[in-house]
Design a protein around this ligand. Structure first.
Ligand SMILES: [Zn+2]
Length: 69
């Protein structure tokens, strides 16, 4: 892998990280947000006993664990 490829990869990772952060923000603010994969609505799952808060879609392709602590 040459330097150019590494740069490109970093850029893509940063972009999807920012996209994910934007999605999380929308859901937490109660705004409609859709899964980029299946276009289903994303929903916020409050933490249950022993589990963390999550943002998921109906199909499960989006499954983001939130570290709220
Ligand atoms: Zn999905």
């Amino acid at each position: 892998m040459d330097l150019q490829q590494i740069k490109q990869l970093n850029k893509q990772t940063a972009k999807s990280y920012n996209d994910q952060k934007a999605l999380i923000k929308r859901v937490l603010m109660g705004k409609p947000a859709k899964c980029p994969n299946c276009q289903q609505s994303l929903q916020f799952l409050a933490p249950q006993d022993g589990s963390v808060a999550k943002i998921t879609c109906a199909k499960g392709c989006t499954d983001i664990e939130l570290d709220l602590s």
